[in-house]
Design a protein around this ligand. Structure first.
Ligand SMILES: Cc1ncc(COP(=O)(O)O)c(C=O)c1O
Length: 269
């Protein structure tokens, strides 16, 4: 019997090609930056997403947390997130618990966006009595909103608002490649105006483990220290990166098939 488990794209298992790549990967100690396979993956992801540098991390949860901790390193910093965002709902309050970061929520609309006037009205003016508005985090595609993809116009508008108020724009792009497939534009275009982006490989790309965080070289250097502090320095991590590389080469080009099937299911035919 052939079972299709639709509970989540996280239940996808590594392909035979991934297992082969894992068994034969060149390895080194990634905390010393000596794992050749991780280095290849990080270089590839930075290029794919149009950013200066990338960091391979164990999970999307850690990736988002690291991003917020780097951006909000000043105590009393505030990050704006959607009420239905994964960061707010499902990441165990890590930003508050481990990062001393105030998560301020903006009501998500059913399409994963939020009201930009509301966001703008909530940005603080730098008064000594207030938290320091620092980051806006988008989620694309949006998990709780049923996989909705943010339009480029919405992202452009949020980015313009961030620029106007000197805020940092982060994207939780756990399923960024699905968004890129849906929008029919390169992933680097989707995240063009984002300062940092987290992307997951253990979901629709069927790698067993791993996410990547991208941004400027300086941001990634700081992120590397936080990753180590959180226990995410992974030594011979090339065994995992090898599977991710297969996911990028062989599974990403097939995402359009998942979209075709999802459309058929949604239409009931
Ligand atoms: C939108 C989004 N962000 C982040 C994550 C966290 O990823 P992980 O399970 O790798 O920690 C998930 C997991 O489903 C997600 O859906």
């Amino acid at each position: 019997m052939y079972v299709v488990d639709l509970r989540s794209d996280t239940v996808t298992k590594p392909t035979a090609a991934m297992r082969r790549a894992m068994a034969t990967a060149s390895l080194g100690d990634d905390v010393y930056r000596e794992d050749p396979t991780v280095n290849i993956l990080e270089g590839k992801c930075a290029a794919l997403l149009g950013k200066e540098a990338a960091l391979f991390v164990p999970s999307g949860t850690m990736s988002n947390l690291i991003a917020l901790m780097v951006h909000c390193s000043k105590r009393g910093s505030e990050a704006f997130v959607g009420t239905l965002s994964h960061i707010y709902k499902y990441q165990v309050g890590g930003a508050a618990h481990l990062g001393s970061i105030l998560l301020s929520t903006i009501d998500n609309k059913p399409d994963g966006t939020f009201d930009l006037e509301e966001l703008e009205s909530r940005i603080r003016g730098g008064n000594n009595n207030e938290p320091i508005s620092t980051v806006v985090a988008l989620e694309n595609s949006h998990n709780v909103c049923g996989g909705k993809v943010l339009s480029l116009k919405f992202i452009n508008d949020v980015a313009a608002l961030c620029k106007k108020h000197s805020l940092i724009l982060h994207m939780d792009g756990a399923r960024l490649f699905n968004a890129s497939e849906y929008l029919q534009v390169l992933a680097s275009r989707v995240v063009r105006d984002c300062d940092s982006v987290s992307v997951c490989f253990s979901k629709g790309l069927s790698a067993p483990v791993g996410s990547v965080l991208v941004g400027t070289r300086d941001f990634i250097e700081q992120a590397r220290r936080i990753r180590k502090m959180l226990g995410g320095g992974m030594r011979q991590a090339g065994v995992l990166a090898a599977a991710v590389l297969v996911g990028l080469d062989e599974m990403m080009p097939q995402l359009y098939l998942d979209h075709q099937r999802a459309r058929r299911l949604a239409c009931g035919k």
